[in-house]
Design a protein around this ligand. Structure first.
Ligand code: NDP
Ligand code: GDR
Length: 370
């Protein structure tokens, strides 16, 4: 059976991909960072006691900024497939940490490719690079496909642009099976809490349960092509099983505004929202945007805009064209946006009910939001 090495194994996609590959019989090795608190919540259910003989799921300490660590691990593991999912993946945070983002997301990819070359694994090891729809940035054309020009709009996207092209270059120069998946936004109940969909579903659940009063968001008019992470990790694997290494757009082909995602999520807990407008007033102050008469508690506004969440340069419109993936690899997403919102809301309602229980028992609960 095959052996896979997943960087970013503790993240949303790393967790779903590990589950997927283990079910297929792979031995999965994952790269995790040393942190002062445990960071393995998403993969704890896959954990195997390292003392058993021939464990199928093995974690290794490491970091995308540490070449010698990556070379040593790849030498030891001798993977058939590498999935490079590790990244500082938050677009807004990349404006605060641009140099680190370039190092981890851009040069980190080079480090893996160099390890394959240096260890002479070109014929054995295939590599998947987690590229992104953020590469399209400032709209050049829609829907965005494999041939649409890139125009990155953040330090994150610029770092990922380097990673995209170095992957193509190593494929052409050294004949490495190296493919980019240009994935559009994909979400799930285990999405990071500071990405907009999860921030919304958590807040909708918390507000419905009386744990939080208000949700502050940034640009409500951005449009995203949102899919379910489970559908997208399946495609990562398909990309590495293809006959030849190529680059692939993975998307649903539909786009939705942030404000409409808000409406859908709150609708799941019986809160019908009407938006009065969005943004900040002429002095730059937060402007109310949700209708004050929502059905649970008249007179209370639940969504407002806070400019701290605006980005210095925004990506306004993403809508992908997944025709190539569908026709050449037979990929079809199983989840609709409605299914996704329901899945996320169910997850967060369960989680917040637990929190409510703790709060009623007098225990400290989460009080930090971003
Ligand atoms: P997450 O932010 O959930 O996970 C990122 C993972 O990378 C985490 O395991 C994180 O570790 C790890 N990581 C971050 N920095 C380093 C580092 N320096 N060294 C080693 N590991 C590191 O991202 P997703 O799972 O959502 O996304 C997976 C990949 O796909 C990322 O590269 C992202 O940029 C890309 N992508 C994501 C899309 C999406 O919509 N989700 C769309 C297109 C591309 P830790 O847990 O310790 O923080
Ligand atoms: P994105 O995802 O930047 O597309 O990157 P995110 O969910 O952070 O933002 C989507 C859109 O929502 C707007 N927005 C807010 N965003 C956040 N995070 N918080 C807010 O309060 C808020 N209010 C409005 C944003 O301005 C933006 O327009 C994600 C990441 O997973 C990347 O790693 C990946 O490459 C891309 O998706 C595809």
């Amino acid at each position: 059976m095959k052996t896979a090495f997943i960087t970013g194994v503790t993240g949303q996609d790393g967790a779903y991909l590990s589950e997927f590959l283990l079910k297929k019989g792979y031995t999965v090795h994952g790269l995790k960072r040393r942190t002062s608190l445990f960071n393995t919540d998403r993969i704890d259910h896959l954990y195997e006691d390292p003392h058993v003989a021939h464990p199928k799921f093995v974690l290794h300490y490491g970091d995308m900024t540490d070449s010698t660590n990556l070379i040593r691990l790849i030498q030891e593991i001798q993977p058939d497939e590498i999935y490079n999912l590790a990244a500082m993946s938050h677009v807004k945070v990349s404006f605060d940490t641009p140099e680190y983002t370039a190092n981890a997301d851009g040069i980190g990819t080079l480090r893996l490719l160099e390890a394959i070359r240096f260890l002479r694994l070109e014929k054995k090891t295939r590599i998947y690079q987690a590229s992104t729809s953020e590469l399209y940035g400032l709209v050049q054309a829609v829907p965005q496909s494999e041939t649409t020009p890139f125009y990155p709009r953040s330090p994150y996207a610029v770092a990922k642009l380097y990673a995209y092209w170095i992957t193509v270059n190593y494929r052409e120069a050294y004949n490495i099976f190296a493919s980019n998946g240009i994935l559009f936004n994909h979400e799930s109940p285990i999405r990071g809490e500071t990405f907009v969909t999860r921030k919304i579903t958590r807040a909708a659940a918390r507000i419905a349960l009386g744990l939080q009063d208000k949700l502050y968001l940034g640009n409500l008019d951005a449009q995203r092509d949102w899919g379910h992470a489970k559908d997208y990790v399946r495609m990562m694997w398909m990309i590495l099983q293809a006959e030849q290494a190529e680059d692939w757009v993975i998307a649903t082909g539909k786009t939705t505004r942030v404000r409409d995602f808000v409406r859908m999520a709150f609708g799941q807990v019986g809160i019908e929202l009407e938006f009065q407008g969005a943004g900040v007033d002429e002095k730059g102050y937060v402007k109310s945007c949700s209708h004050p008469d929502y059905q649970l508690e008249t007179g209370k506004e639940v969504v407002a805009v806070d400019p701290r969440y605006f980005r210095p340069t925004e990506v306004d419109l993403l809508i992908g064209d997944p025709t190539k993936a569908k026709t050449k690899l037979g990929w079809e997403p199983e989840y609709t946006l409605d299914d996704l919102v329901k899945d996320m809301m169910e997850g967060d309602i369960k989680l917040m009910e637990k929190e409510q229980y703790l709060k009623e028992g007098g225990y400290q609960t989460l009080n930090y939001f971003e």
